[in-house]
Unconditional design. Structure first.
Length: 405
């Protein structure tokens, strides 16, 4: 746990606080940064100072707190441009709707916005606000604007809110923000890249209590998510129902059926560099879902099934297509079938495994695969799924370095 915090040693972090009840959590975040060996300078907007005292943050950061742009005493110490140049990372936590709007408009009407305008350091934003404010179309378009400017959006999380509402808008926890900050400085094979992984089975409802599914455990996809995190990527894991804990620092989106998995995958297009389809998507779903529990009256029953969308093929044909990796579980003529699948789905890479062999693949802890691309083939011997995931991540990183088409 918290292994990436070691990368924070000696890093210079500006922690900006804007007005919000989540400001109290930033005291803990300051402490975590300091503990990891980072240098921290805290900047408070006037609204933030209503929620937390500068003295608390001064004591925790070991540095004077910066509040005013036109403060002669502060400018005599470290002026605002100097401060902007000093930072290796600027993290705004909590970031209020007002602050996000001002940043999106390019305003520099307080110390924090001015610093962000003047700094070349990466900027990350951890929003915290009421769920309705978060969903407001103006906030959403402001957030998109900030993302399009290259700023990182960390959160918000979902859950109970101080105002009594529940939903998206909670600031991420200090530990998560510290981890994400640490990951910014990691220099792994996928450093700075965004990876999206599908994992686990899908469940296709027959009626309110029954469904069609398969025995996929999700282990391979989760192992890949962990390996990609280790390699410095930012990972979104779109997971069907599984019995696994979410790996640290992974953003997990939980889905039930294939259509939801497809929707979640398509929402990642444009902000995903690598897509890995490790899910065992149900090929078919019932043509209609019965509204009430189906009664057992006849001795036999017939279900009409319709084909599910092919998620990985849809991603691979998207105009903003990432480097796309699929899996092929085969029981015979493995390489031939895998290669045909690579072509048919227009994938960049396919990971083939022979599921006829005992003790590997589906629902097992180990796997042995052959990695196939248009012009290469590489067999990886039997290994634990986590070991294999690390090798696969390294191979993906190597192939990413080769120009495509
Ligand atoms: O066609 P087949 O199911 O054998 O292909 C397996 C690969 O395609 C896996 O990577 C799986 O995640 C992906 N797939 C998908 N959507 C489907 C079926 C398979 O993304 N509906």
């Amino acid at each position: 746990m918290f292994q990436s915090l070691s990368t924070l040693a000696n890093k210079r972090i500006i922690l900006g606080l804007t007005g919000g009840i989540a400001a109290y959590k930033s005291a803990e975040l300051t402490r975590l940064f300091k503990k990891a060996g980072a240098e921290v300078r805290v900047v408070l907007t006037p609204a933030a100072a209503e929620f937390i005292t500068p003295l608390t943050l001064q004591a925790l950061s070991g540095n004077p707190v910066h509040q005013h742009i036109l403060d002669p005493a502060a400018e005599a110490g470290m002026g605002h441009i100097e401060l902007a140049k000093w930072a290796d990372l600027i993290l705004i936590a909590p970031a209020s709707a007002d602050f996000i709007a001002r940043m999106a408009a390019g305003m520099g009407n307080d110390l924090l916005t001015t610093l962000c305008l003047a700094s070349e350091a990466p900027i990350a934003i951890a929003p915290a606000m009421n769920q309705a404010m978060w969903h407001d179309t103006r906030t959403q378009s402001n957030v998109k604007q900030l993302e399009s400017l290259g700023m990182q959006l960390w959160g918000p999380g979902a859950g109970d809110q101080a105002c009594g509402d529940s939903g998206l808008g909670r600031m991420l926890e200090p530990e998560q923000l510290a981890e994400l900050s640490g990951a910014m400085f990691s220099s792994g094979a996928l450093s700075g890249l965004r990876v999206c992984i599908t994992a686990g089975p899908t469940r296709e409802a027959i009626d309110p209590v029954r469904y069609i599914s398969n025995h996929s455990s999700g282990k391979m996809g989760y192992a890949l998510a962990e390996a990609a995190i280790e390699a410095g990527a930012r990972v979104t894991l779109i997971s069907g129902p599984v019995n696994l804990n979410s790996p640290e620092r992974v953003c997990r989106i939980t889905v039930t059926n294939a259509q939801q998995m497809l929707d979640a995958a398509l929402a990642q297009m444009g902000r995903c560099d690598v897509f890995i389809a490790a899910a065992a998507v149900a090929d078919y779903r019932p043509a209609s879902v019965a509204e009430q529990k189906i009664k057992k009256s006849d001795d036999t029953m017939t279900l009409t099934l319709v084909k599910n969308p092919d998620i990985v093929a849809t991603v691979a044909s998207h105009p903003q297509r990432p480097f796309t990796v699929g899996f092929a579980a085969e029981t015979e003529r493995m390489l031939e079938h895998a290669r045909a699948k690579l072509e048919r789905k227009t994938l960049d890479m396919i990971i083939a495994n022979d599921v006829a062999q005992q003790g590997i693949g589906f629902n097992s802890d180990d796997n042995a695969v052959t990695v196939v691309t248009r012009n290469s083939e590489q067999s990886l011997p039997l290994a634990s799924k986590s070991q294999l995931a690390r090798t696969l991540v390294t191979l993906i990183a190597q192939h990413l370095a080769i120009p495509r088409h």
